[in-house]
Write a protein that binds this ligand. Structure first.
Ligand SMILES: [Zn+2]
Length: 393
């Protein structure tokens, strides 16, 4: 492991040089990178953790993860300059591809479902699509255990807001429905689930096509970035951001913006990869969710807890997901490093994006055990907004 204290005479790192080109490097003419101080504490004292290539999309170059010696935060350094961030997401990037593959509903389907949830979503579990299966005792519970329904929980509005002072049923009377926000909503699958759970749901999605599909489904979606949306502050009871925070250049700014959009006492739900678990250490540069150069931050439970507290959140709960997709994908990357044409490697590599029922069943006991000892590769986190001058409100 290489330890490098950043000194002013280090000509490879010039943090404060005003000319933009002088503080950027080029990786094979594709991405312009820049060295930055720690995004969380501004320290320039860092240690190189690992070097890796883009294992998912094949963007040329070698990319580095460093650890701040002051606050221990791990982050990509150098990282793409802001105007090049979009170039890190080619059209075949997994989440975008899955969004693009969602069939566009016909006009008849849109008119039949406008303003309401999609009743024939292909994403519905098997037991809901085949009527008799719904009534098998314990099947729903087993299914939810198998898919780990804690990883993207849907809070029921009626549980949080049974009725307002005037006696309105907040969960069913539309004008009185509590409000939920999802940052990075893609085609709106989670927004649909929020609506079903009684929320007045709004989404923010930077991708034009997924945002358009979500709108065609009758969902309220703003196409753009959190930084540019014109949403009213202190307007939302809950906010969600699934696998988003590790992608943003300034996670402190993102968490503070969400804090401002939440009502006092509002709840933030989000998920991130866990760089502090065994699989990240064991697989190193072949860790499936390393995803350089798109994952700019590699949080541990301790580092995300500290950041949330600094941003004004309290009652922080960190859940380790029962999910071994990272491990399967990482094994595929190890296989590819020796046998690039391996068909088994290809199948394992595709598994995290298209998990099969049999494999989930096979992995479930191990996934349960690893989550139980708090070594899960993905974390689901909930936190409450507090006002800086007081406790939870
Ligand atoms: Zn730091």
């Amino acid at each position: 492991m290489e330890r490098r204290r950043i000194m002013s005479e280090d000509q490879t790192r010039q943090f404060d040089t005003p000319g933009p080109e002088s503080r950027r490097t080029t990786t094979e003419g594709i991405l312009r990178l820049e060295y930055i101080p720690c995004p969380l504490c501004n320290s320039k004292d860092t240690t190189l953790v690992l070097t890796s290539k883009d294992n998912l999309c094949g963007i040329p170059g070698e990319f580095k993860v460093e650890r701040c010696n002051n606050c221990q935060h791990r982050f990509m350094n150098p990282r793409p300059v802001l105007e090049c961030l979009g170039d890190c997401y080619p059209d075949h990037y997994g989440p975008h591809q899955s969004a693009a593959n969602v069939p566009v509903p016909s006009s008849a389907e849109i008119s039949a479902t406008a303003g309401q949830v999609d009743p024939v979503s292909a994403a519905r579990p098997l037991y809901l699509r085949i009527l008799p299966l719904r009534y098998i005792p314990g099947l729903k519970r087993f299914y939810n255990w198998l898919i780990d329904d804690r990883s993207q929980p849907v809070l029921f509005a009626s549980a949080l807001f049974p009725a307002d002072a005037a006696g309105h049923d907040c969960a069913t009377e539309s004008p009185h429905r509590p409000r939920a926000l999802e940052i990075g909503c893609a085609t709106g699958e989670y927004l649909v689930r929020l609506q079903e759970a009684g929320w007045n749901a709004t989404g923010i999605e930077p991708g034009v096509r997924p945002a358009s599909i979500a709108r065609d489904r009758g969902l309220d979606v703003y196409c753009g970035m959190l930084e540019t949306c014109q949403l009213k502050t202190a307007a939302f009871d809950i906010a969600a951001a699934w696998m988003v925070v590790e992608h943003v250049p300034d996670p402190r700014d993102t968490l503070q913006r969400i804090h401002a959009l939440l009502k006092p006492g509002g709840i933030l739900l989000f998920s991130i990869p866990n760089a502090g678990c065994w699989e990240a250490t064991f697989f190193g540069r072949n860790w499936f969710v390393l995803e350089l150069p798109r994952h700019l931050h590699h949080f541990t439970p301790a580092s995300i807890q500290t950041l949330l507290e600094q941003c004004g959140y309290a009652d922080i709960s960190i859940t380790h997901q029962r999910n071994l997709s990272n491990v399967v994908g990482s094994v595929a990357l190890v296989i590819f490093s020796r046998w690039p044409e391996s068909r088994i490697g290809r199948w394992l590599f595709n598994y995290p994006h298209r998990p099969t029922f049999g494999m989930k069943l096979l992995l479930a006991p191990w996934a349960h055990l690893i989550a139980w000892i708090r070594q899960g590769g993905r974390l689901t986190i909930s936190a409450h907004r507090i006002d800086r001058h007081g406790g939870p409100s």
